[in-house]
Design a protein around this ligand. Structure first.
Ligand code: NAP
Ligand code: MG
Length: 501
């Protein structure tokens, strides 16, 4: 990588302006988008065929960094969803439920290897459709997608060890609904365990980011996956609602907002459908005075600002021990000034595009609320934003109170709320004072303190002296309004099995 010390201004395509010659600026290093072919129009993938939507409607999937339309995508209505569920049921009855675990595992291993082979292409497509930096899709999302398929491929012929001594069977058709922030990873979290357990799938990607899931079809076909085992219906909320309401669907796996999760929970109540909900979060970092502060600051920055804060378990609240709060804030602000906001295809970019104009408006409104409520606002004004596209500077509010909106409401953007504590008990009480409970981060050099605090945090994942580390073997899920059920690990198999003790 070419490295230059910028004396003045900004390297093209790169959002960090040199401050008094201190910021090391990089020459742009743009990943080519030539590696990926995006068809101008996508149909629905049902029963191994591309079918036109019954009502003939299409919507645009746009690149949030350029606001250009990438493709027109079919909008599935209830009759299309019905056809997809019936195709999945046929595939379940005739093919997939007849295969041994070993045979199912073979398909999953093949899919995992093909994802690795086409990793660069998938990373570019995900970045184009979602707006997240290529560094994230290339180094985090796509490797984890492959890892999930490998991991659950390994379980397919060992399910007896997941439920020792019990009789078990697959459920049938699983309806899976995913959000726009990790389009391909959420598809992998859902599809891999469902297929490993012997179920077939109808997947509904988010309307903002359907393209990578649709690209997976090429991989399924190259792997020889029998027709109807995975079906993809694109569309908006009504498409998801038709899927959750379908009587032949035996299980719903949903990842998305708490509001929609509640609607789905109500719609499946009394139907006998199994349900797992992975919902929103307001996760806290706890920095103790004995922490390695530079590492802690780096962890906080990556935990809330990378990926534009579009992460369900983003560390959006920072609680710092009072004696080091001023130092931590200074370090944090200095680090924020060096973040690079801009072209998501540039390998230097830390913060890409906000996924949609609607999301950008929502984040801006919440920032205004934060200012009105009196938190102390900081944004690194040295960062210049590109002229087009949905871009936003990262920002923080210090001196926020527990009752303030920014401490309670999920912003889902690069906005950090900072407050202080004096004792571990106060830190724990503040961290737990939220309707959510998805994740938390503890920063301390003292192991006994880390363990004692972690045991008292009501969060599905607690990271110690790190943040956002994922592994397919580790279960993930929330407390309270962050949802219920677990995905990942052995736990992630159980929602896809009928188990009789
Ligand atoms: P969302 O608005 O709830 O949408 C999620 C999915 O549900 C989309 O595919 C959406 O379709 C669909 N949908 C909307 N209304 C529906 C209905 N009535 N019935 C069935 N499906 C419906 O969430 P989002 O804005 O895409 O994603 C952001 C949220 O996801 C955040 O709250 C974040 O915390 C959460 N999230 C949680 C996790 C986790 O593991 N806990 C992981 C990632 C994200 P359309 O998009 O087409 O409207
Ligand atoms: Mg898009």
């Amino acid at each position: 990588m070419t490295k230059t010390i910028a004396k003045t201004g900004l390297a093209a395509g790169n959002g960090a302006k040199a401050v008094a010659g201190l910021v090391v600026d990089y020459a742009p290093s743009i990943e080519s988008d030539k590696i990926v072919t995006i068809p101008p129009r996508h149909q629905l993938y049902i029963g191994g065929q591309w079918l036109k939507p019954v009502e003939g409607r299409y919507f645009d999937s746009i690149n949030p960094a350029t606001l250009q339309v990438l493709s027109k995508v079919a909008e599935a209505t209830a009759p299309d969803v019905d056809a997809a569920v019936r195709a999945a049921k046929r595939a379940y009855d005739r093919t997939w439920s007849k295969l041994s675990g070993r045979e199912r595992g073979r398909y999953l291993f093949r899919i995992a290897r093909l994802i690795q082979e086409r990793a660069r292409e998938l990373a570019v497509l995900e970045t184009l459709d979602n707006g997240k930096p290529i560094r994230e899709t290339r180094d985090v999302d796509i490797p984890l997608v492959a890892a999930h398929f490998f991991y659950y491929a390994g379980w397919a012929d060992k399910l007896g060890y997941a439920v020792p001594g019990a009789k078990f069977a697959p459920l049938g058709v699983a309806g899976q609904i995913i959000p726009w922030n990790f389009p391909l990873l959420m598809a992998a979290w859902k599809i891999a365990p469902a297929l490993a357990c012997g179920n077939t799938v109808v997947l509904k990607p988010a309307e903002q980011t359907p393209l990578a899931a649709l690209k997976l079809v090429e991989i399924f076909e190259a792997a020889g996956l029998p027709e109807g085992v995975v079906n993809i219906v694109t569309g908006a909320g009504a498409t998801g609602a038709a899927l959750t309401a379908h009587p032949l669907v035996r299980k719903i796996a949903f990842t998305g907002s708490t509001d929609v999760g509640k609607i789905i929970a109500r719609s499946v109540a009394g139907s006998g459908k199994k349900l797992t909900l992975e919902l929103g979060g307001k996760s806290a970092h706890l920095i103790f005075a004995d922490a390695a502060l530079d590492q802690a600051v780096e962890g906080v920055v990556s935990g809330i600002f990378f990926n534009q804060g579009h992460v369900c378990c983003a560390g959006s609240r920072l609680l710092v021990e009072e004696s080091v709060a001023a130092r931590v804030l200074d370090k944090l602000k200095a680090r924020m000034r060096k973040l690079r906001v801009g072209n998501p295809l540039d390998k230097n970019t830390d913060i890409g595009a906000i996924n949609s104009s609607a999301e950008l408006d929502k984040i801006r409104r919440l920032i205004e609320t934060g200012k009105r409520e009196g938190g102390r606002y900081f944004e690194p004004e040295n960062i210049t934003l590109p002229n087009t596209g949905n871009f936003l500077r990262p920002c923080l509010f210090s001196d926020v109170a527990q009752a303030d909106t920014l401490c309670r409401v999920e912003v889902f953007g690069p906005v950090l709320a900072v407050s202080t504590f004096r004792t571990p008990a106060e830190a724990i009480a503040k961290a737990n004072d939220t309707p959510y409970g998805l994740a938390a981060g503890i920063w301390s050099e003292k192991g006994s303190k880390v363990h004692a605090v972690a045991a008292q945090l009501k969060a599905g994942v607690v990271w110690a002296n790190t943040y956002h580390k994922f592994d397919p073997a580790s279960p993930f899920g929330g407390y309270g309004e962050s949802g219920y059920g677990r995905e990942g690990g052995r736990h992630g198999l159980l929602p896809y099995l009928e188990v009789q003790p």
